[in-house]
Design a protein around this ligand. Structure first.
Ligand SMILES: *Cc1c(COP(=O)(O)O)cnc(C)c1O
Length: 330
């Protein structure tokens, strides 16, 4: 089976398992796990942020990052298909007591005109106050679309003019970096708080980080424990993440090439494939998924007529070519 359902289905490589086995560990709630601390410092440094906090999941990293800049009763503005709005099961409202309003863009992009309409300054006891703007790069449900740096910088200026924060969901920021050559520090500079994921395209079994100022991270450390996210000898997991960062970032270019190959095979426009996610239309998605499975390829249905295929570390060139043939013939 060639599994193209998601870039989360990867398994740790032998070298990654060796790095995990060799990791020096300590109690992370006491701040004594050297491998976790080194990972946090390293990743904060990559993005030019003061500090970082290791988390079990990207959802937890987003929940704590947004809560660092939006108080209960305030709102964050985001794109309608953002992961924070759709895929975190209402945690930002249920756990953090904040609300959201959204703008819609077919490619998940920044829309300053829409933001200008939505933005609510402090109007006293009449309206919910906007405290932060959130963007996702790459945008998962918009087919792995990259948000251009110039647009993010314009969003940063918009936020600065109004005195509000920017949150960046950077679960796949590595893909954006490799696809465009934009330095990670340039992405980091547009965000007050952000999240990055080590277990999507990078292939670690678990792990995300929240990044921000030392003060944001100190607050998040308290909230992480409150949520039951205080972890102990997790250097064993941080070591997998560090290995992924050191060995699996540049190779994302292969995943992007494989996704374009699949796009050509199914007659989609390869120019619409920015990174490792391909969405394409079929007559009947559930039936297409079943026929692809019979032929040896797992893909996902993300609507009645839309198929999603995602390339990753465990899809070789040979696999991609074979999958292209099979999906093309369907
Ligand atoms: C996967 C993902 C996350 C985090 O997901 P977890 O499954 O909680 O680790 C956050 N944002 C985006 C855009 C994602 O694709």
């Amino acid at each position: 089976m060639i599994d193209l359902r998601s870039d989360t289905v990867t398994r740790p490589t032998e070298a990654m398992r060796a790095a995990m086995a060799a990791a020096e560990v300590g109690d992370d709630v006491y701040g004594e796990d050297p491998t976790v601390r080194a990972l946090e410092e390293h990743v904060a440094g990559l993005f030019g942020h003061e500090a970082a906090l290791f988390m079990p999941t990207g959802s937890m990293a987003n929940v704590l990052a947004v809560a660092a800049v939006v108080a209960p009763g305030q709102e964050v503005l985001c794109e309608a298909r953002a992961h924070i709005a759709r895929a975190e099961l209402g945690a930002h409202g249920a756990v953090s007591g904040l609300t959201m309003r959204t703008w819609s863009h077919p490619r998940g992009q920044v829309d300053l005109a829409a933001l200008g309409e939505l933005f609510a300054p402090d109007l006293g006891p009449y309206f919910v106050q906007t405290a932060a703007l959130s963007v996702e790069n790459t945008h998962n449900f918009a087919g792995g679309a990259v948000l251009p740096l110039a647009d993010l910088q314009a969003l940063r200026a918009f936020a600065d003019e109004r005195g509000v924060a920017v949150h960046l969901d950077g679960a796949r920021i590595w893909n954006a970096h490799v696809a465009t050559g934009t330095p990670l520090s340039s992405y980091g500079a547009v965000a007050d708080v952000m999240s990055v994921c080590l277990s999507k395209g990078l292939g670690a079994p678990v792990g995300s980080l929240m990044l921000g100022s030392a003060e944001h991270i100190a607050g998040a450390r308290v909230r992480r424990k409150r949520l039951g996210g205080g972890m102990r000898q997790v250097g064993i997991l941080a070591a997998a993440g560090r290995h992924a960062l050191d060995h699996h970032v540049e190779r994302l270019a292969d995943d992007h090439a494989h996704a374009r190959l699949l796009a050509e095979a199914v007659g989609a426009d390869p120019a619409g494939v920015d990174t490792n996610i391909l969405a394409f239309e079929v007559a009947d998605a559930p039936s297409y998924v079943a026929r692809a499975r019979e032929a040896g390829v797992l893909v996902g249905a993300v609507g009645a007529t839309t198929i999603r295929a995602v390339t990753h570390l465990d899809v070789s060139r040979d696999d991609a070519e074979r999958a292209a043939k099979i999906l093309g013939s369907l």
